[in-house]
Design a protein around this ligand. Sequence first.
Ligand code: TEU
Ligand code: CA
Length: 568
Amino acid sequence: MNRSWWKESVVYQIYPRSFQDSNGDGIGDLPGITSRVGHLKTLGVDVVWLSPVYRSPNDDNGYDISDYRDIMAEFGTLADFDAMLAALHRHGIKLMMDLVVNHSSDEHAWFRQARASRDNPYHDYYIWRAPAEGGGPPNNWEAAFGGSAWEWNEATGEYYLHLFSKKQPDLNWENPHLRSEVYDLMHFWLGKGVDGFRMDVINMISKPYGPDGRLPDAPVVKAGFLQPCFGAVTNGPRLLEHLREMKREVLRHYDCITVGEAPCATTRQGMELTNEQGGALNMLFQFEHMELDSVPGHPWGKWGCKPFELRDLKASMTRWQDELVGRGWNSLYLSNHDQPRPVSRFGDDGAQRVVSAKMLATFLHGLQGTPYVYQGEELGMTNFPFRGPEDLRDIESINFWREAVDGRGEDRAAVLDAIRRKGRDNARTPMQWDATPNAGFTSGTPWIAVNPNHAEINVAAEYDDPDSVFQHYRRLIALRRSQPALVYGRYRPILAEHPQIYAWLRTLYDDRLLVVCNFTASPAEFRLPDELDVVRWPLLIANYAVDPAQDLRCFALRPYEARIHRLQ
Ligand code: TEU
Ligand code: CA
């Protein structure tokens, strides 16, 4: 059993703009985070992943960086950062920064110089191409937030690549000077005491250049010229080479934690990038389970929604658990700042909100890997009832609305419904600290509206309620700390075909744990497979009161019931 602190850790993600405002401007900030370190300690997490806090014009809420060594004015100063880091470390909590180096902001000094002339030494820090024969963008790549992934630059008479917004030009990782710039800024933050990095769309840094340096068209999967290109630009030919160089130049010099965000990643890439011999990162954020409620090939892309099927979730999770065991390591997440709230998406955010939120937590923390808790998830926070475009702040949703409703005249209600289900702003509404008007987030006007259900769902209320979602997360995180089998135990699914129940064993040496989750709002009969000869089954955690006399070998699971037992 190859032990590592980052395998035994639980990570808490903070979206700084929405966590805690300290100066009444309605925007969360670093002193706000410092004032709430106690909450993280009470919850029991080991590491904080902090979404970007660097200088940025905020075209994509900080994922467009104009200075990698300075703090965004709205969030505070480098001194505020040092004070926050010191407070976290004083409480035994490590800090993982967000490394956004697939692209920079177009307001970064590098790009300002690069776009001025082809002879400028920074020109080659970015990716430029001549127009296609007959004019127009070099290929049919569609940007993630809509429109072409190529923008014309008059000054040099060529296009530059931006897989996200046009204010996020992609960096040219073929250029060794650019790579060493990145390694230097990583040393800058690690030198300050930072404990690791979450790496933004890191599997997009090696582009699929053809022999003549051309970037080939993406496959045609929908009507029109522009085509989704994530499949074409991820896992490029030099990705592992670049990441191994990063490990050699930076990561191996620090006892740090790393997770790479990897859209379209397969289990093979998961093994290749995270195995401790030839890999370079500790774990990946893969997206398979985040696409189970999207209709494949739908013209609306991620916005073409369908209900998720439990069998699909079982199949995907089982594949990643089985194929990475002993050959890599999984991250475990159901939400982050790009995904809707899990209880609204996979559970029931109405009458069964509390039990279903606890069930989803037990499901996730019962698997092998490092669990991530996104701010507010520990309260069972829900999606937001957006009324219309006026409630939106996220470039991805705003562009979708503009293209679909204003551009193509699509049905407003249908587009709004898709945004209510999958919009990123669902995760970005302010953290709900108490029942006061702005949920204790700010004394000013919040940059995005507070969810009206904060009167019921908030930290203050859940601290005092032993049956709250928060207290369940606390117990779950404490349990993980005391049960090595929950960290390192081998995963083996049981009742694989059951339409309502997702159950599996975790085995470490002779220690066997059983995790059982009812993913539905109706009772489900659980029958323990006979080959599992058990005589005793002490309960470790549950989201309902459990009668100790109940025979575990055959009983009825209540709606969204979840438990972890030791089998003896
Ligand atoms: O996200 C990459 C990514 O894949 C998402 O854009 C995803 O496709 C989309 O959100 C699903 O709706 C990372 C960051 O997490 C995201 O916040 C940034 O917008 C993006 O990169 C660009 O930096
Ligand atoms: Ca503020």
